[in-house]
Write a protein that binds this ligand. Structure first.
Ligand code: CTP
Ligand code: MN
Ligand code: MN
Length: 510
């Protein structure tokens, strides 16, 4: 692959052929005929634009001087999606809905690779409804942005990590959490749904007009949006952040093994900080909470991707020592492309193993780590799986797979960078790991269920129930009308059974 850095390409422009000259005569062969690029000068400047145009043409890209109907990809720098959309509107371009609007980082990667590279959420200035997983960079026909109705179900929206409404979603998440602490489920859900829908928007809300036609935004939510637009913050959020109960619950639940009940108890007893709780002789802690306090600092500092990869190596080594044909997939937030997480989740399954092999794998893995001194905590939950039971109706139901919640000792030298989160003297970091073992037939359902996000999963189940008369859980999909279980080999097949467009894992960050 040609990955020549930009700096070294610079001097080449001194060649006889002038950049300006190439405007009229594309002296380069066009290798990628399906792509017609246009580079936006706005906020980029003439010189840099001309330079990038020349580079791209040299690599075989077709780059137009003028914006025309044939353009398929618009590349911009220092412009937001709404900046470009606005600019397009002014240009009176009717075909705007069929364009890919991309950040210059995409073009630079293409130039580096000498060919079109996959367009991901981080490149796209405006999220595309039908952006597919394949590295197929061909332009896709989509309906105009304006008439695309936003679904009230997260499983019908594409939500990348590219959230351009943080200012609102952060506020809603604080309010949702506060309602959760106060056990007000209805209000909690309303704010979580509102946050979720705003995360999927391809533009930043800057006026109340932008909220028109967006589902899941009730009056209360809209009031807060309005306040944030006007004052930059919400007084209610500010009050919650300063609330003693909220602050205490937030702190207490940050300890592994501490939920609402324990937090409530400690709050009522008058505790307001962790050190007093830790040193109190009258309190009884569960094994989980003891581990939570013991490794508190490590566990609250998030797991990085490099650390997750290092854990993945450990898991693969251990699993393959006992079940060489097993497949180990990293699920959870990291599968959705997150750069950090509170834990690392893995799904394990094996095509050839017997039920007994399956049952013994996790205990064997735990035993191996124990002998190696890597096991800081574990809680093994035996499978309660019954093959012919109906899927659960509960939207937040736990599954019946054998699983293990662990805290592993990860030595710094096993991590790529070598020094992530290193403290003096301590050569390792405690990492939360979830392992799930599932029967081979269920793997697609288990994978879908353990990839999340939680909001995405909730809405998948809600959609299945209310729109399809089906019951979905982490094991199966049941069609109540036909009274049959629908088999699936892949996540794509599950979406198809539900009549949904396929949504890639990195678009499930609802
Ligand atoms: N999950 C589940 N049953 C559980 C626990 C989790 O089905 N008992 C699923 C949830 O749908 C969740 C996913 O597994 O989306 C991963 O859970 P978790 O690790 O809690 O969340 P992440 O999305 O991975 O977030 P983080 O990065 O903070 O770990
Ligand atoms: Mn996780
Ligand atoms: Mn987890």
């Amino acid at each position: 692959m040609d990955t020549m850095p930009m700096a070294r390409m610079g001097p080449r422009k001194k060649k006889p052929r002038q950049m300006g000259a190439s405007m009229a005569s594309p002296a380069h062969d066009i290798k990628f005929r399906d792509l017609v690029l246009y580079i936006l000068e706005r906020k980029m400047g003439t010189t840099r634009r001309a330079f990038l145009m020349e580079l791209a043409r040299r690599k075989g890209f077709r780059v137009e001087n003028e914006l025309s109907d044939s353009v398929t990809h618009i590349v911009a720098e220092n412009n937001s999606g709404s900046d470009v959309l606005e600019w397009l509107q002014v240009q009176n371009i009717k075909a705007s809905s069929q364009l890919e609007l991309l950040d210059v980082s995409w073009l630079i990667e293409c130039i580096g690779a000498g060919k079109p590279v996959e367009m991901t959420g981080k490149h796209q200035l405006v999220a595309r409804r039908d952006f597919s997983a394949s590295s197929n960079p061909e332009p896709q026909k989509i309906p105009p942005l304006a008439v695309q109705k936003i679904s009230p179900y997260a499983c019908q929206r594409r939500t990348t990590l590219n959230n351009c409404n943080h200012i609102f979603t952060d506020a809603f998440e604080v309010l949702a959490e506060n309602y959760e602490f106060r056990e007000n489920e209805g209000c909690c859900l309303a704010f979580m749904r509102a946050a979720s829908v705003l995360k999927s928007l391809p533009f930043t809300i800057i006026s109340m007009k932008d909220t028109e036609g967006i589902p899941c935004l009730g009056d209360k939510v809209k009031c807060i949006i309005e306040e944030i637009i006007e004052d930059g913050q919400s007084s209610e959020v500010k009050a919650v952040l300063n609330d003693e109960r909220y602050q205490s619950f937030k702190l207490f639940t940050s300890v592994f093994g501490v939920g609402l009940k324990t937090s409530e108890k400690w709050f009522r007893m008058g505790f307001r900080n962790l050190s007093n709780i830790r040193s109190d002789k009258t309190l009884k802690f569960t094994r989980m909470q003891k581990a939570g306090f013991l490794y508190y600092e490590d566990l609250v500092s998030c797991v990085t991707r490099a650390e997750a990869e290092a854990v993945s190596v450990l898991v693969n080594e251990a699993v393959w020592a006992f079940l060489p044909d097993a497949s180990v997939t990293m699920t959870g937030g990291f599968r959705r492309g997150k750069k950090i997480g509170h834990d690392v989740d893995f799904l394990i399954t094996s095509p050839e193993s017997t039920e007994e092999d399956e049952q013994q794998l996790l205990p064997k893995v735990i035993n191996l780590w124990e002998r190696k001194g890597l096991l800081l905590y574990y809680d093994l939950m035996e499978s309660t799986f019954e093959k012919f039971k109906l899927p659960s109706r509960k939207v937040d139901a736990l599954d019946h797979f054998q699983k293990c919640f662990l805290i592993l000792k990860l030595h710094h030298q096993r991590v790529d960078s070598g020094k992530s989160g290193q403290q003096e003297g301590k050569t390792w970091k405690a990492i939360r790991v979830d392992l799930v073992m599932c029967p081979y037939e269920c793997r697609a359902y288990a994978l879908l269920g353990w990839t999340g996000s939680r909001q995405f999963e909730r809405d998948l189940r809600r959609y299945a129930t209310h729109e399809r008369k089906m019951i979905l859980d982490n094991h199966a999909l049941y069609d109540k009308t036909k009274r049959i279980f629908l088999k699936a080999e892949s996540e794509e097949e599950i979406f198809a059974h539900l009549g949904l467009d396929y949504i890639d894992p990195w678009e499930r960050n609802a």
